[in-house]
Ligand binder design. Structure first.
Ligand code: ZN
Length: 232
């Protein structure tokens, strides 16, 4: 079939335009994927700064043993928000898992898995409930497992909660945070088939979505030594 020449020109123009856009976004992705989370994206225009603390500031006023404090590190992480822009956040984790966290956030960024925000919980006055309600991804929080006097894996920075409002804690009829629902069709939600869940598991992390007595879809933890207790 003969396509009129004007049409052909238009099609060609469209093709060139599309390739240009594709090449640009690929280039951008390659550039971003080469930078790990230790690198600074701050010079890239339009980075949304979600958190910009020093470790000492983020832990200020918190009464925690020196031995716990000395194991912590503040890691800057870069990810796409739900607005499709690059965000800078920060997560306080145990030094033993820093490399895992850097690699996992590189994966999160490369696959454009959207993350609402990653801000140390000091911004929520150490309230896990408030942080979860705000869909904030976080790790270190010197607290007990809900309803017990056992320190959570979060108290040693060996657990992380991802997009908690979208990936709630569910036990019988209790859903936390309040008002959350688990709708696996939403972007940013985790299921057993999520590539991100597999990335964590590959590095020896346990996912709360696999637990039987309760489900904690936001939660990942890594056992480093025998005195760590499992749980939210
Ligand atoms: Zn958790």
């Amino acid at each position: 079939m003969k396509i009129p020449s004007l049409c052909r020109i238009l099609l060609l123009a469209l093709f060139i335009l599309q390739s240009g856009v594709f090449a640009q976004s690929t280039q951008e992705l390659v550039k971003l994927s080469k930078l790990n989370s230790n690198s600074s994206f701050d010079s890239i225009p339009d980075v949304v700064i979600d958190a910009n603390y020093e470790l000492i500031e983020a832990l200020a006023g918190l009464n925690i043993p020196e031995i716990v404090k000395n194991k912590l590190e503040l890691v800057s992480v870069y990810y796409y928000g739900f607005d499709d822009r690059i965000h800078k956040g920060q997560v306080i984790v145990n030094k033993e898992v820093v490399q895992d966290i850097i690699e996992i956030f590189d994966f999160i960024r490369e696959t454009k898995f959207p993350i609402k925000k990653v801000v140390p919980i000091c911004e929520y006055k150490w309230s896990d409930e408030e942080s979860m309600k705000d869909n904030n991804t976080s790790s270190f929080n010197y607290r007990f497992i809900s309803g017990t006097r056992i320190h959570s894996m979060h108290a040693s920075g060996l657990a992380i909660d991802i997009n908690p409002f979208l990936n709630p804690y569910i036990k019988n009829h209790v859903i936390l945070p309040e008002g959350a629902t688990y709708n696996t069709t939403q972007r940013g939600t985790l299921t057993a088939n999520s590539p991100l869940v597999k990335e964590f598991k590959k590095r020896g992390w346990t996912w709360g979505g696999d637990w039987k007595s309760l489900k904690d879809y936001q939660h990942f933890e890594k056992k480093i030594n025998s005195d760590s207790k499992s749980g939210k």
